[in-house]
Design a protein around this ligand. Structure first.
Ligand SMILES: [Zn+2]
Length: 74
């Protein structure tokens, strides 16, 4: 995967963390129901989440793949 910003080859790995993950339009507390236009990517209140992700360490960007997720769009 090439970095969409600088074009260098990105390093593949995972992005890992805990609880809920969402793409939101503005900063707010992530709830179970995403607001209009927002995407709730992961909702594991008690487990950790894992996303396939590519990193560009040159321009500090991470590209996340959520195609295998059971996501919820508001
Ligand atoms: Zn880059």
């Amino acid at each position: 995967m090439r970095c969409p910003v600088c074009g260098k080859e990105m390093e593949q790995g995972f992005m890992q963390g805990n609880q809920r993950v969402a793409w939101v339009k503005s900063k707010h507390k992530v709830s179970i129901l995403p607001r209009k236009g927002e995407v709730l990517l992961e909702n594991k209140a008690f487990n950790s989440f894992l996303f396939a992700a590519w990193i560009c360490k040159s321009c500090q960007k991470i590209l996340v793949d959520y195609s295998d997720k059971n996501y919820q769009e508001g």
